[in-house]
Write a protein that binds this ligand. Sequence first.
Ligand code: PLP
Length: 385
Amino acid sequence: MKNFSDLSKNLKQSAIRSVSLRCAELGGVNLGQGLCDIPVHADIKQAAKVAIENNKNLYAPHQGIADLRMKLVQKIKNFNHIQIQSEREILISHGSTGAFVACLKSLFNPGDEVILFEPFYGYHKSLLELSGVAVRAVPISLDDFILDIDLLEKTISSATKGLVICTPCNPSGKVFTKEELITLGRIAQKHGLYVITDEIYEYITYPGFQHVSLASLEDFSDFTITISGFSKTYNVTGWRVGYAYGPEAIIQQMSLVHDLLYICPPTPLQHALSEALLLDEAYYTQMREKFLHKRDLMLSSLRALGFPMPTPEGAYYLMMNGKALGIKDDLSFSHRLLEEAKVATVPGRAFYLNPADGAGLVRLCYALEDIKLEEALHHIREVFS
Ligand code: PLP
């Protein structure tokens, strides 16, 4: 047999899958995978059934159904403070991941460079590499979440064509401030970079922190592609519906690519999610309250055991550091948590270009029912106190 392609041959199954399998064998609590087990709102489930019953089962228009795009124009105006001029500026995609892939294929050539902030979301890095794009990373310290602008400027080269921002950030929980985004937008403008902002956790922010979209600031919408989706806000990760918006020419190009790759995201589910956009403010407030409670439960319990960790400002992940307890290695930390405490986590190296930079760290997802979080904390206490 001939060789696999150069771009795919080094792909490895993510550690999350093997850790999840082992966790299931042990009957443990899986805080590794970014999954949420909070029930889907009844109106959304009902709308999906109705859409299938009403025969909304065929291919959708390649940019997505008109009703959902029209409702998104309103949502983007009211929530993101961005005025979309035409529905041609929005693409409904196969999850936000489908939008990200279509964006990479539309904007970058093999050999181009794109900058990520570390710790990064692993799919961003891996999908860039699968497109032949060279990934550069600028670290953000977990001690204070402060951006190193000098380092960013030094990392930009003549080959740099784009910057990826994830806010609120998976895995760190950082929410980029308006001031930081203005600084980043001006740098991108100065160097003629595209900015892709992944805002999938935009509704999950904690008191004192507000989600700001880069494209709502100055004239940054000229070069910004904003990506979001329904997976996290409505807890429908398996439905595979997301969206992107930005300059019409870019969205049109992405739509062509997306059509070839995926044809369309599931039609009945686009109809159901159109209903989701009608939910009132209380839905979002309650969701934030739930996650705030879970965040504080995890933070106070784990800090009491001596694990330092930054306070997440948004999203539903924690980066826990074992160094204070003499744990230097991320793999052995994660292994111990799994084998002794029966709690699955993701080793820190998954979020850094250089595995050594993730030393001592693991990521936990706290989007599970409280009873499971309590069980995980109970086992962690047994092993580490
Ligand atoms: N972006 C980030 C930052 C994520 O954490 C995830 C899932 O964990 C995704 C995108 C995937 O989103 P989707 O289900 O819309 O493809």
